[in-house]
Every structure is written in C-alpha cells, then in structure tokens.
Design a protein around this ligand. Structure first.
Ligand code: HCB
Length: 212
C-alpha cells in the first residue's frame, strides 16, 4: 500500500479534516484512482474506527470526528468518482438510509457515483420512515429503491419497506436494492430484495443489470 493511502487512513482515524483534504488532493494529483483512495484509504479507516468503538478503545466524539474527516475526503473525491460520464437519463433511483439510522456516508457515495453515471437520484436522506419510502414510490414511480442500513437494529426496516410495497401492489413496479456494512447477500435474498451491493462499485453493477 502506498504511503499516502496509509497516511490518509491514519489522519481519518485522528479526525484531522484539513490533513485528510490535503492528502486526498495530493493522492488525486499523483494519479491514484479515486476508487482506490476510497476503498483502500478512507473506507478501511472507518472500519477500524468502528472496531475501536466496538471494543471501547474510542468513544462517540472520536467516531464523530473521524466521520467528519471521512466526509470531507469524500467531498473532495466526488467530482472524480465517476468512472464514465453520461448525459443520458438512465433511470430514476430513490435512495435512503432506513428508519432510526443516521449513517449516510456510504449511501451518499453510492448516490454520487450513480448520479454521475446519468441516473437521476432522489436522495431521501437518513432516518427515512418506512412509509416515506412507499409514499415517494407512489409519487415518483422510480425504477429502483436503494436502501442503506449500518446497524443490525435498523436493517429490520428493510423488509418492512418491501412488505409495505407488496401490500400496496407496488413491488412488481419497482426494483429494490440494499446495502450497508451489516447487510449480506443472504439477507438480501431472505427479504426478497432484487439486489445487493457490498460497495458502491457493486451497487452500480447491480443497478446496471437490473435496468438492462
Ligand atoms: Co456508527 N456505528 N453509530 N456512527 N458507525 C457503526 C455502524 C458500528 C458498527 C460501530 C461499532 O459498534 N462497531 C455500530 C453499529 C452496531 C450495530 O450494528 N448494532 C454503530 C453505532 C452503535 C452507532 C451509534 C448507536 C453510537 C451511539 O450513539 N452510541 C450511533 C447511531 C445513531 C443512529 O444511527 N441512530 C452512531 C453514530 C455514528 C456517527 C454519527 C458518529 C457516524 C455516522 C456519520 C454519518 O454517516 N454521517 C458513525 C460512523 C461513521 C460509523 C462507522 C465507524 C463507519 C460507517 C461508515 O461511514 N463507513 C461504523 C463502523 C462500520 O461500519 N464498520 C459505525 C464507510 C462507508 C463508506 O461504508 O458500509 O456505509 P458503508 O457504505 C458502503 C457499502 O456498504 C455500500 O456502498 C458504500 C460505499 O462503498 N452501501 C450500499 C452502503 N449503502 C448502500 C445501499 C445500497 O442500496 C447499496 C450499497
């Protein structure tokens, strides 16, 4: 791993916003691929922060600082994250982090990348109530609903959204994809989602397949 990627991870963990911005800019200038910066530098740092938080080595303020540093890095990366540019309107995707869950960094990355590929994104934000997903499906008639959950306690709202769509006879009209750190392919199958993305790149592939 390059020094810059390693330093980037350390600075994210320290919550050093300005240093993270500087390192991301330098990494881009040095020609490192945006996805490499994201997947090898920024994301593993957040996984490590999550591990340290879980084992009480750090507490909420440190996790919040690291999240702010990660978000600042993602903000700099946004314009570079698209692998292919497209003006064509490819489909409408509604994204949201499920009820009770404020984690939105990963969902935002998925949204930025899909948006830059020509999909129209309506981002419902975080802590999105079950029925808000349903109401927006009725109102906007999207091609895909993408749900994100970062906690085992909130991923249970994913099947609630799917069931609410079924009850209103909407399930066949819209594809559903799910993701977020605790979400596994088995879970996606169990709740009868149409697709699952372990990361943003996979989510893009799934969306492309579903809309073919
Ligand atoms: Co938070 N938190 N947190 N947290 N947090 C986790 C998720 C824990 C796992 C940490 C731990 O305990 N080890 C844990 C959840 C445990 C569980 O499952 N039960 C946890 C907890 C407990 C909490 C609080 C309850 C802490 C507290 O208050 N005591 C609280 C929850 C508040 C709430 O939601 N009601 C909380 C708060 C926070 C913040 C605010 C400090 C901050 C979030 C800031 C924000 O998002 N704006 C935060 C963070 C940053 C994390 C960790 C450290 C990182 C999450 C992250 O951003 N990862 C996380 C630890 C972890 O995940 N390992 C920890 C980086 C992104 C890029 O990865 O997986 O989100 P991603 O997204 C990927 C991928 O999954 C996929 O593509 C993305 C890009 O590649 N993807 C999708 C994501 N969504 C998709 C949707 C699709 O449809 C398709 C693909």
């Amino acid at each position: 791993m390059s020094d810059i990627i390693e330093n980037l991870g350390d600075e994210v963990q320290r919550g050093e916003i300005e240093k993270v911005k500087e390192l991301v800019k330098t990494a881009v200038d040095q020609g490192l691929a945006p996805m490499e910066i994201l997947e090898n530098g920024l994301r593993p740092a957040m996984e490590e922060i999550g591990r340290k938080f879980g084992s009480l080595e750090i507490f909420l303020p440190e996790m919040m600082n690291a999240a702010d540093a990660m978000s600042a890095g993602v903000e700099i990366l946004k314009p570079y994250l698209a692998s292919e540019k497209s003006e064509a309107q490819k489909g409408l995707i509604i994204l949201g982090t499920v009820q009770g869950d404020v984690h939105d960094i990963g969902k935002n990355i998925v949204g930025v990348m899909l948006g830059s590929l020509g999909y129209k994104i309506v981002d419902l934000g975080y802590d999105v109530p079950v029925l808000t997903f349903v109401d927006r499906v009725i109102e906007l008639e999207p091609d895909i609903v993408g749900m994100s959950a970062l906690m085992t306690s909130t991923m249970v709202h994913m099947p609630r959204v799917i069931n609410a769509l079924k009850e209103r006879d909407l399930r066949k009209k819209v594809k559903v994809i799910v993701g977020g750190a605790p979400v596994l392919p088995e879970w996606a199958l169990e709740i009868e989602a149409d697709g699952y993305g372990e990361n943003a790149a996979e989510a893009i592939n799934v969306v492309k397949e579903l809309l073919q």
